[in-house]
Design a protein around this ligand. Structure first.
Ligand SMILES: O=P(O)(O)OC[C@H]1O[C@H](O)[C@H](O)[C@@H](O)[C@@H]1O
Length: 500
């Protein structure tokens, strides 16, 4: 990818959003993609014919088509770790061998769901899912989104090493009726293993005669789980070529399959597969993840936006911003290219966000009148997730659309304190409903958008070495105490922990 591509994009003569709508009566349909029960409306971004053509050239030069084929065919796309990235195979897309392997492991998962259902583990009512990062955020999001009214089991997800999290999660659980799922791709993550050990003690204290019999493991390294004490028959392995933040489709999604039932889990996989096919085959200008990546790159790379904000106008999706933070920031928060050279550009913007309408009364002031340019994303559902008066849902959607309109149109006032400059971009993602299939497609959309961003920047989105240094230093402190650290760190350790 040449610098001239970026120079052309940076020098693009930008029109206001209002002018773009005035000049092109087809703008909404041109920049709206509908598939899998989702409408992606990018018409309130500054993408225009010129930008689309320049970004398409950039995508060609960056080899997006070949990169997609490499991803789906199971080639080594995670070059720094010498691995493929086979999350799409979990939903039946791509490499045949990986798909067959995924199906076999899913059969094993399904058998365990069935066994628990028929009482092979006793009278299980609760599942305590212990994991962190990619081993927690997906199950947490999905159960919160889809398991509100009719979850078949009470699923609690614990991630933080702060014992308060485990205390809260176990407070109302009956240890005799609880299954503990220890979810860790590597089965070496210290927080997860400490929480698992404490959950084991909680069960012992709670009178469970053989707590190990109520523990299962979800991991890519079964031998590590066996070493920890979990019987092989209660381990659900997954392919090590599935990255942690892409792992909700495999056994890390076990609580979802158990909590919502196997058919719902399959619907979620099928929804994601629909998005896989779209990303792989749809032409660039009709390709939702690719167009969204163009808009992301335009603002982050050409307009200096350092953040992008995501607001779920639906309580069921309130954890989506958290989920996306890991997906986007851990994937593309890198200052080096896949070839090991300095990136020389900004990496992924900071993803942040919240829930509408709450956020309107808290942070939207800055979005409307602050000096930062922050592309905003709204996610809403046509169908409400409750039986209360329809007025609630109407108010929710009206507010969502009003915010997008206000950001774009602005309103002039001679009184500067009351002036809205407008021309602030947003994307609206409108779901038919929050169902397993639609949420599956939505998450796959974000995965592919992240991949397209990475490819155009030349980043490997599948490693995360940035998280290692802090872990290493924590280990050093735990093993050796405050030896050899800077004065501030030493003083903090001594003040809070004394002689550890
Ligand atoms: O699943 P685990 O191996 O326990 O890893 C849990 C998480 O921790 C790591 O530090 C990574 O930053 C995440 O990508 C990963 O999802």
């Amino acid at each position: 990818m040449t610098n001239s591509n970026w120079t052309a994009l940076e020098q693009h003569e930008e029109q206001t959003l209002i002018a773009l709508f005035e000049r092109d009566a087809d703008r909404v349909s041109k920049l709206t993609v509908e598939l899998g029960g989702i409408r992606f409306d990018l018409s309130k971004t500054h993408l225009d014919d010129g930008l689309l053509s320049d970004f398409s050239a950039l995508a060609n030069d960056a080899g997006l088509g070949a990169a997609k084929e490499a991803l789906f065919s199971g080639a080594i796309v995670n070059t720094t770790e010498d691995r493929a990235a086979e999350h799409t195979a979990e939903r039946g897309s791509g490499n045949a061998e990986a798909v067959t392997h995924a199906r076999e492991l899913q059969k094993r998962m399904r058998s365990l769901v069935d066994a628990i259902d028929v009482g092979a583990f006793g009278e299980i009512r609760h599942v305590l899912h212990i994991g962190i990062g990619g081993s927690a955020l997906g199950p947490k999001l999905l159960m919160d989104a889809l398991g509100r009214d009719d979850a078949r089991y009470d699923i609690k997800v614990v991630s933080n090493v702060d014992g308060a999290a485990l205390a809260e999660a176990t407070r109302d659980l009956d240890p005799l009726k609880t299954l503990v799922a220890v979810a860790s791709k590597t089965f070496t993550t210290t927080e997860t293993l400490l929480n698992a050990t404490s959950a084991m003690e909680w069960m012992q204290k709670g009178g469970v005669a053989d707590p190990y019999a109520q523990f299962i493991a979800l991991t890519a390294y079964p031998e590590k789980a066996i070493e920890w004490g979990i019987d092989e028959s209660r381990i659900l392995p997954f392919n090590e070529a599935v990255g942690g933040r892409y792992s909700l489709w495999c056994s890390i999604g076990f609580p979802v399959a158990l909590g919502l039932g196997w058919s719902a889990f399959e619907e979620m996989l099928e929804g994601a597969a629909t998005m896989d096919r779209h990303f792989r085959n749809a032409p660039t200008l009709e390709n939702a993840p690719t167009l969204a990546a163009f808009a992301d790159l335009f603002y982050a790379q050409c307009k200096g936006s350092q953040t992008r904000a995501v607001f779920a106008y639906d309580e069921r999706l309130r954890l989506l911003p958290d989920y996306l933070q890991q997906l986007e920031m851990e994937s593309n928060g890198k200052s080096v290219t896949a070839k090991g050279a300095p990136l020389g550009r900004h990496s992924s913007p900071v993803t942040w966000g919240g829930v509408g309408t709450d956020a309107q009364h808290a942070v939207f002031q800055l979005l409307h009148q602050g000096t930062h340019l922050i592309p905003v994303e709204f996610i809403a559902s046509k169908t409400p997730g409750h039986d209360f008066d329809v007025a609630h849902h109407e108010a929710l959607l009206i507010n969502c659309f009003a915010q997008g309109a206000a950001l774009m149109s602005g309103r002039n006032s001679d009184d500067l304190a009351r002036n809205y400059v407008g021309d602030r971009p947003s994307t609206t993602i409108l779901l038919d409903d929050v169902t397993p299939a639609i949420v599956g497609a939505l998450i796959a959309f974000y995965e592919h958008r992240t991949f397209a961003n990475a490819t155009l920047l030349g980043i490997n989105p599948f490693d995360q070495f940035g998280v290692e240094l802090g872990k290493q230093i924590a280990k050093d402190i735990a093993e050796n105490g405050p030896v050899g650290f800077d004065p501030s760190t030493t003083a903090l350790i001594e003040a809070a922990l004394g002689d550890i």
